[in-house]
Design a protein around this ligand. Structure first.
Ligand SMILES: [Ca+2]
Length: 130
């Protein structure tokens, strides 16, 4: 019974953390899926629904104290030539989770190099497959 409670509380904690992080980045709930239609809810991870290994944006977000600021915004975590802010619709890098401003739509994924099937991106993320 204790084990079950522990597992349940872990599940709840990870689910809360996961949805909580999305509110800490611009357009966190509408990051386009680089592999097709729809969105990529697990923004900081290689897996679409999160969990598992972090992608470069997830690593940078963690290293930045799970904070969106100009330093993270102007960075190009996935190395595809677009800054994280450009990909997430915060071109001027002035969005803050405490003072969210009107954003442009997210146009790319900040942690997965796009286009994913380009030679440059395949070289950067050889283990990633859509
Ligand atoms: Ca990028």
């Amino acid at each position: 019974m204790l084990k079950l409670a522990a597992v349940l509380s872990l599940l709840v904690a990870s689910a809360m953390g996961y949805s909580g992080y999305k509110a800490l980045i611009p357009n966190g709930d509408s990051v386009p899926n680089p592999c097709g239609d729809g969105t990529w809810p697990g923004v900081g991870h290689w897996l679409i629904y999160g969990t598992g290994e972090r992608n470069p944006f997830g690593e940078d977000f963690k290293a930045n104290g799970y904070t969106w600021n100009a330093a993270l915004c102007f960075k190009d975590s996935d190395g595809d030539g677009k800054t994280n802010g450009e990909e997430l619709g915060d071109y001027a890098c002035d969005w803050l989770s405490e003072y969210p401003i009107q954003l442009d739509p997210a146009i790319g994924h900040p942690g997965i190099c796009e286009p994913v099937d380009s030679p440059a991106c395949i070289a950067k993320q050889p283990d990633f497959n859509c």
